[in-house]
Design a protein. Sequence first.
Length: 428
Amino acid sequence: MDVIRIEGGHPISGEVTVEGAKNSALKLMAATLMASGTTTLTNVPNISDVHTMGKVLKRLGATIEVVNKHELRIDTSSVDRWETPYELVAKMRASTAVLGPLLARFGRAVVAMPGGCQIGARKIDLHILGLEALGVQFEFKHGYIYASAPNGITGTVVTLDFASVGATENLMMASVHAKGTTVIDNAAREPEIVDLANLLNEMGAHVRGAGSPLIEIEGVPELHPVTHSVVGDRIEAATFLAIGGLTGGPVRVRGFEPIHLGLVLKKFELMGIEIERGAHEATASRKGPLRPVDIQTLPYPGFPTDVQAQAMCLLSVADGSCIVTENVFENRFMFASELDRMGADITIEGHHAIVHGVPQLSGAQVKAPDLRGGAALAMAGLVADGHTTISDIHHIDRGYEGFVEKLKSLGASIERLTVPDEDLLDSE
Ligand code: UD1
């Protein structure tokens, strides 16, 4: 098995450029299904989730040419299937993003039902309820969702119970060819939603209001293929800025929009981290102690749940106590118990984590519980005393391209190793 091994205490500073956003690239790839022909996506991260979405598209009949690792030329003219199998949905829940595009193109889709995952139940009831309002009929059998729109998709007002990112995206895509106008009320406002709306509009769709809680989609008969660059990854940027703040830095992060991290950067500043904002970049450094700051995760523009673990890592060595509240996902505190193994003092009470700062973390053998938790354990390893070995790093590979190389370039003593399972158990 592959592990990451880090020796803590080495000075960290320098510059990294983030890739295109994972959470945008996956949906943009799904959206290419709606414009028959070759759509070119640039600034696509070379990560395992993108490879999985590539497999989904190929299963449906698309061909994909990869140019210079970050450009995908996706030809969807021969797509003639509408079924997404369980083995791919089980690997990556975002595979369900093809539901909307397949309904728009074929008026039907068969998608395996995603089961629970490590960060909670992650239901798709809001996707289903919204699509039903647009005239889609559903049958659930043998672990699959059979969706069809025998009378076409008809625009209406859909009010979401919760500003779900995935439901907003599926509804936006499914309604692109709808009769009349669709309004998504209480829509998610994430920058990745705006990126998807921009792609759809470049393809000829009429989407207005993306980035606000009210999105209006006026049906058009056809979309055409285009070339589009994926928005920079604000979550990868937040991870490296947190690393600058934890270690003292300075760490300069390029290739994203600081405005997409409004509240994150404000909370980092309240913790005592200096943030210098620039055009498509920011720099994080710190001279004084880290201060405790309460955080609660919320849909954008609230504090992102995808930065909760990195923030908790910072707070675990802050000078005092604070509370981190997770409002978006259940079970997203698995990282805390791993960090406790490294000497942190975090107690979980329901969806609150009470974090008492400790002066020093101590290197240990830990397991990446999920994507962001895995990255946050590597962060912790950079300042911990001695060696930290992280297993289950396939989680990190899902969303961070060249994570080890980027940390090495900042001065970290870090390596990726393949070790037999029994060696890992024997080591200290
Ligand atoms: C996306 C992101 C993920 C991010 C999350 C919240 C991708 C690939 N993933 O996930 O990184 O953490 O947004 O910013 O883009 N819910 C329901 N019913 C539904 C849909 C959602 O109850 O039909 C619940 C979920 O269980 C979860 C919460 O709503 O508790 C948020 O989910 P959602 O915003 O849909 O997140 P995802 O699109 O799955």
